[in-house]
Write a protein that binds this ligand. Structure first.
Ligand code: TYM
Length: 341
């Protein structure tokens, strides 16, 4: 329960409110693990609205709406506010405060080597992106270190940011004394990279040019079915897990296996002699059946904004208690005078 006296290991993770819905990659790569880990860990999860304004210009009304939609989806997916601490990043001022200190610990070249940053530079050029895109991973470092997280459940694309967190935590600890827990990434191999249904060489992503290969958690059943039935496969006919030669089919098997709880080998056996059409129809049904209750619960939360906002406020109060302790220790370690807070 976000309880500071808890002796369970800590987890912290975050998700951006930059789309009208999470997609299946977010769900399978991260959110599903968040729901499971709240049972065994002292879990802190945040909707990272500070990160969401790094892409400019942004629409304030849309950000407000998407922040609530993100929180509602996390609750709809099964986060229990009595069993984890769910909060909005901007409600906890310590994130921005620690981020500054950690920016001063980071090397310029070290930050410039972050793959996601380099991709944005390659795509838009340095004149079209803000400084926030550059410092973004260090704000993420602060998110993690403030909660003394032992583990960070994320998809493969966030591994490098967790590695940066480890490096900066170790650097800080060795310069100024043990202050931060050095976290480990918590990445489930099978679902670490869900790929785009139309381009199985690319990860499923909200910034994909076409949404035809991106299944949204809040999509209606007809749209989910359409996207899955049009999924790109390969020129063979055999249903076999082989990520190198058959990335499209393997992705469908991963999705079916994870959501149905059936081992991939059992799925392969059950589809012997059957075609891709049968697999796609079944995966569509599995996904629709799995996502429908999540969408319905999300809609219920969204219909009661007052209750949703209360859950987020209570989460922020709990998060601040932990974050403040860490921030005060870090400020003291670097030599800032104690003052009123
Ligand atoms: P974001 O919002 O882009 O994605 C949220 C989570 O979804 C995972 N993910 C995927 N996993 C598997 N397959 C995919 N195709 C796929 N696409 C996305 C991401 O790895 C992530 O776990 N920088 C982070 C948010 C963040 C954060 C943090 C995470 C901010 N502070 C602190 C952990 C700890 C991001 O942009 O995630």
């Amino acid at each position: 329960m976000g309880d500071m006296t808890s002796d369970r290991p800590r987890v912290l993770s975050g998700i951006q409110p930059t789309a009208d819905s999470f997609h299946l990659g977010n769900y399978l790569g991260a959110v599903r693990q968040w729901v499971a880990l709240q049972e065994t860990h002292d879990a802190f999860y945040c909707v990272v609205d500070l990160h969401a304004i790094t892409i400019q210009p942004h629409d304030p009304a849309l950000l407000r709406q998407r922040t609530r939609v993100a929180a509602a989806q996390l609750l709809g997916a099964g986060l229990d506010p009595d069993n984890c601490t769910l909060f909005v990043q901007s409600h906890v001022p310590q994130h921005a405060e620690l981020a500054w200190v950690m920016e001063c610990m980071a090397g310029y070249g070290e930050a410039a080597r972050m793959t996601q940053f380099k991709d944005r530079v390659a795509r838009y050029g340095t004149d079209k992106i803000g400084v926030g895109v550059f410092t973004y991973p260090i704000l993420q470092v602060a998110d993690i270190l403030l909660y003394q997280a032992n583990q960070v459940p994320v998809g493969e694309d966030q591994r490098q940011h967790v590695e940066l967190t480890r490096d900066l935590a170790q650097r800080f600890n060795s310069r100024f004394g043990e202050t931060f827990v050095v976290p480990e990434p918590f990445i489930i191999k099978e679902t670490a990279k869900i790929v785009d249904l139309q381009d199985p060489t690319a990860k499923m992503s909200k910034s994909a040019e076409s949404q035809a290969g991106v299944v949204d958690v809040l999509d209606n059943p007809a749209s989910i079915e359409k996207k899955l039935k049009r999924a790109v496969t390969d020129a063979e006919t055999e249903i076999r897990f082989d990520e190198v030669n058959k990335p499209g089919v393997s992705n469908l098997l991963t999705i079916a296996s994870t959501l149905s709880g059936t081992a991939v080998a059992d799925l392969e056996a059950s589809y012997a002699g059957k075609g891709y059409g049968a697999l796609k129809t079944d995966v569509a049904e599995i996904v629709v059946n799995y996502l429908t209750p999540i969408r319905e619960r999300t809609e219920k939360w969204l219909a009661d904004e007052d209750t949703l906002d209360k859950v987020l406020s209570a989460g922020a109060v709990r998060a601040r208690e932990v974050a403040e302790q860490t921030l005060v220790a870090a400020y003291d370690a670097v030599g800032f005078l104690p003052g009123p807070r």
